[in-house]
Design a protein around this ligand. Structure first.
Ligand SMILES: Cc1cc2nc3c(=O)[nH]c(=O)nc-3n(C[C@H](O)[C@H](O)[C@H](O)COP(=O)(O)O)c2cc1C
Length: 174
């Protein structure tokens, strides 16, 4: 597939409509709903059988995906804010709930599901400046240093705040 050149246009999402996709245990897309295909700009044929990095935005820090995978691979759910790249180069920010589907017979991972919806501009502002700092650290230093910075940021937010509940915290305060 051709490389998408990012543009500055933001795609506004309808409130309370979910962009849903599912993958197998390796992260290969096996399902996506109509709203996901509509907003991403890709047809179902272009998405199914591929990884989600087809819609990865270059502004996203790598450390966020590393933490995401560590979490879901251990069978734990997580919410995260993600900036995605549409086929036309424009972007959209989404609040995403990641869930791991487990085979209860042998506890193995069957696959993963993502439910995405719109998020307030105020919450995006907080996250966007955090992510741009993490990205800068990754470029100038390393992903491990970006993770250290993230942990310091979380500590400053309060004792009980971690990567998993950061979003709930931001939702409450912004
Ligand atoms: C169910 C599920 C949904 C995902 N959704 C997205 C997404 O919307 N945007 C995204 O950039 N990555 C998403 N990812 C993460 C990608 O698989 C990938 O790790 C990420 O795009 C970073 O690309 P890379 O692993 O090639 O560096 C999702 C992963 C899973 C398992």
């Amino acid at each position: 597939m051709e490389k998408v050149i990012p543009k500055n246009g933001e795609i506004e999402l309808e409130k309370n409509r979910y962009l849903v996709s599912e993958t197998d245990a390796k992260g290969v897309i096996t399902y996506c709903n109509d709203y996901f295909t509509k907003i991403s700009g890709y047809s179902r044929e272009e998405l199914i059988g591929h990884q989600h990095n087809i819609i990865r935005h270059p502004d996203m820090p790598k450390v966020i995906f590393r933490l995401l995978w560590q979490r879901i691979q251990s069978g734990k759910n997580i919410n995260a804010v993600v900036k995605n790249l549409a086929k036309d180069g424009n972007y959209y920010w989404i609040f995403t709930e990641f869930k791991t589907r487990i085979d209860l017979d042998d506890n193995s991972v069957i696959g993963y599901t993502a439910h995405r919806k719109s998020i307030s501009h105020d919450a995006v502002d907080v996250i966007a400046s955090l992510y741009s700092k993490l990205k800068e650290i990754e470029e100038e230093s390393s992903m491990d240093d970006a993770e250290k910075y993230l942990n310091e940021f979380l500590k400053e937010q309060g004792k009980e705040i971690n990567f998993v509940n950061l979003l709930d915290h931001i939702h409450k305060f912004y």
